[in-house]
Write a protein that binds this ligand. Structure first.
Ligand SMILES: Cc1ncc(COP(=O)(O)O)c(C=O)c1O
Length: 452
């Protein structure tokens, strides 16, 4: 496990009178009912030094004093490693290589080793990582790219940006990830241009199946054994959308290692997040890695002003790489804290008929980017979320509208009913606070609001 954190760290604040006080006497109405909350992280009211001891439960109690509950707590993490973050930032300011400075290569080799792939290519966002991956795999007009409609817009947006066509495939009910039986049918439908086998985008002419983008939703890897077999059978490429799953595992392999290219995001709320936008592509393939490195700098060739392909300005900032290097030192420990938090939720909610907790199949480890549960109905979700939000417990809906029903994709002419599992989940799903520093007492309170 890489450096830094204290393995004996206990999620503290247990039995803290303060939380009872904060929740029941000063209810703070916080609602983060946006599909993608970019802000909303609470502010620390305490003045604390940089040398916060990381091992005592008491420090956590003091840190919590006077703040509301967070949906994702980034402040506590910052306090833990502020000294290291500041030092890394200062190093960048001192050497002045703000673009493609030495921290980029350092981060790339560190994360490539962690994921277990040969190459890592930093870039400006998870969206750019997906875009560059598709360009590197020569995806363009007339190509069908199979993906889930139950994801963030970026997954499918990049397909359309390149003139290719997203062919949506419904999700499996338990995991929220692409249903591999339906994936097989969708490929057959495209090959035979027969929408009676599987819903297809209309008026696209004959499409050529080229690529699958499975999404590791909420941090849980997709079923890569089945997907790999289908891809091989039909000669398709796989690009793993691991924007939410950095740190996750499947059968002992790390997320980002499953496709020909794995793409992740360092958006602040992600399991490994920077302080702005950032992303990374991972691949075993030397040629693809070289193409990705060229694409992120305007299709640069061997010399700075020689351009060998059309690319983008998609570099990761040196400052973000420096911040990520500091955060990565406690990342493995944080992934374990997330397992504990998720385990607490599951045991606390066991047997509650009002909600369905996430299903993690054997062999999988989620990065728990989100802890998303299903209410029994849309009205039940509204009631539960209202209660939680009235008590100062933030919640969010990922995602309220599946992509096939988004206006942005109306040109594909999908209709309601095409992907019933995604539609049903969109109407009942909501997410509870999830981050490495969840306090079990807080979780107990959250769960009590769900027992209605
Ligand atoms: C599944 C998924 N794919 C892609 C992205 C895009 O990542 P970024 O916001 O870094 O561009 C996100 C980010 O929210 C995501 O959740």
């Amino acid at each position: 496990m890489p450096g830094g954190g204290n393995r004996n760290y206990k999620n503290p604040c247990e039995n803290s009178w303060f939380h009872l006080f904060a929740i029941h006497i000063f209810p703070f109405c916080v609602s983060i009912n946006t599909a993608r909350n970019k802000q909303g992280f609470s502010v620390f009211n305490e003045r604390l030094g940089d040398n916060v001891p990381q091992s005592t439960a008491g420090i956590r109690k003091r840190l919590f004093k006077g703040i509301k509950m967070d949906f994702i707590d980034l402040k506590f993490q910052q306090k833990r490693i502020k000294g290291k973050i500041d030092a890394n930032i200062q190093k960048v300011l001192a050497h002045g290589q703000y673009v493609m400075g030495p921290e980029i290569e350092q981060l790339e080799s560190t994360l490539a080793a962690y994921v277990g792939v040969k190459h890592a290519v930093g870039c400006a966002s998870g969206t750019d990582a997906l875009l560059m991956a598709l360009i590197a795999m020569d995806i363009g007009p007339g190509d069908a790219v199979f993906t889930s409609p139950f994801t963030f817009i970026a997954t499918a947006e990049v397909i359309s940006l390149l003139g290719a066509t997203p062919v949506f495939v419904d999700i499996a009910p338990g995991t929220f990830n692409i249903n591999t039986d339906k994936l097989e049918r969708a490929i057959q439908a495209v090959k035979s241009n027969n929408p009676s086998i599987h819903p297809l985008p209309s008026a696209q002419g004959k499409l050529i199946p080229k690529c699958i983008i499975p999404v590791d939703l909420f941090g849980l890897p997709a079923d890569y054994d089945a997907i790999g077999a289908i891809a091989q059978k039909h000669g398709l490429g796989v690009i793993e959308d691991a924007a939410q799953s950095f740190g996750a595992e499947y059968n002992g392999r790390k997320a980002c290692s499953f496709g020909r290219i794995g793409c992740t995001s360092f958006f602040p709320a992600k399991p490994l997040g920077c302080y702005g936008d950032g992303g990374m592509c991972f691949t075993h393939d030397d040629r693809l890695a070289e193409t990705l490195r060229s694409l992120r700098v305007h299709g640069q060739g061997p010399h700075k002003y020689e351009n060998v392909r059309i690319g983008i300005n998609g570099r990761l900032d040196t400052l973000q790489a420096a911040i990520l290097l500091a955060k990565f030192e406690i990342f493995s420990e944080e992934i374990e804290f997330r397992q504990k938090g998720a385990g607490n939720y599951e045991s606390l909610m066991g047997g509650n008929p009002s909600v369905m907790v996430p299903h993690i199949p054997p062999g999988y480890k989620s990065a728990w980017a989100q802890y998303s549960i299903l209410a029994t109905s849309e009205s039940n979700r509204t009631a539960l979320m209202d209660d939680l939000n009235m008590a100062g417990i933030p919640t969010a809906i990922y995602y309220p509208k599946p992509l096939h029903l988004q206006t942005a994709f109306k040109g594909l002419s999908y209709t309601f009913g095409d992907f019933p599992v995604s539609e049903d989940c969109a109407s009942r799903i909501f997410s509870l606070p999830m981050h490495p520093y969840l306090d079990k007492e807080d979780q107990k309170k959250i769960v009590r609001f769900l027992e209605k």
